[in-house]
Design a protein around this ligand. Structure first.
Ligand code: 5IU
Length: 267
């Protein structure tokens, strides 16, 4: 289906090239799934992309948990993401001052050279967003920052005035692709969407077809409910990579998320 029709208001409100790129990618794969590829080896990540690539729209990584990481090996991950038509999203959760963040975007892992999206906290102030973009510009590339406005984990502190300030400052900055919202609590997401409006993305971890508590304080909500409450991408990790058939699981999350988007927009 045509991306503009599927996304409705979100497509007409969102003009940054990277947001349009995500929405077009999602429309091609009929999926709002961002796979959290939390496997500890390069081969594990690559296998997963081969297996489920056609059912997802983005690949989320934690580059520093890959035990056998090498620059060449990671270039293969980037190539696999390109071949499968995926945005590559490093969930680095930067939190330092702007200049250090810029250097951390380079550093050992060279995140600025391959990431399309990164996460950042706004705890240190808005210059962190400039730090990320300066690093992408250093490499002649462009990217988008997802600011953490909420989290999925039990007892987190991203609520109330702090969360409101993240949205307030984030909306004022063109480099902010969108916000992380709590996929496990639809009413929190509805509240976040009402504060964010239509012109930015909300991506949501804490989503699983098996709703309930996960390991070490993780909490899970239903993918359809998250999308109906305003999520634009469901971040799913163990629901896919720990499934007996990751491909079948990814297809089920794709179907749940895409049909919920069409229900939301009336397309
Ligand atoms: N993640 C969360 N919650 C958050 C944020 C990021 O779970 O609030 I910000 C990450 C952690 C993990 C993935 O990489 O999203 C979720 O994986 P599971 O679906 O396996 O819980």
């Amino acid at each position: 289906m045509d991306a503009a029709r599927a996304w409705g208001e979100r497509w007409s409100s969102m003009h940054t090239p990277i947001a349009r790129r995500y929405m077009a990618t999602a429309a091609r794969s009929k999926s709002l799934v961002c796979l959290a590829a939390d496997r500890p080896t390069l081969a594990g990540v690559l296998d997963l992309v081969q297996e489920v690539g056609e059912h997802i729209a983005a690949l989320k990584t934690h580059v520093d948990l890959v035990e056998d990481w090498t620059a060449d090996g990671w270039a293969e991950v980037r190539a696999a993401a390109d071949a499968a038509d995926l945005l590559l999203f490093e969930d680095r959760k930067f939190a330092d001052i702007g200049g250090i963040t810029r250097n951390q975007m380079h550093g050992l892992y060279g995140i600025a050279g391959w990431s399309d999206l990164v996460t950042a906290h706004l705890i240190s102030g808005p210059d962190i967003v400039d730090g990320c973009h300066a690093a992408w510009a250093d490499r002649g590339r462009e990217g988008g920052v997802l600011l953490l406005a909420q989290m999925s984990s039990r007892g987190n502190l991203l609520a109330g005035q702090y969360s409101e300030a993240v949205v307030h400052h984030g909306l004022a900055h063109d480099g902010v692709f969108g916000f992380i919202g709590n996929g496990s609590r639809p009413h929190e997401l509805e509240d976040l969407r009402s504060r964010v409006g239509n012109a930015r993305m909300i991506w949501t971890p804490g989503v699983n077809l098996a709703v309930g508590d996960g390991a070490m304080g993780q909490r899970y909500g239903d993918p359809r409910e998250a999308v109906l409450a305003g999520s634009d991408a469901i971040v799913v990790g163990s629901g896919i990579h720990r499934a007996s058939s990751p491909a079948e699981a990814a297809a089920a999350y794709a179907e749940a998320s895409w049909s919920a988007l069409l229900e939301r927009t009336g397309a």
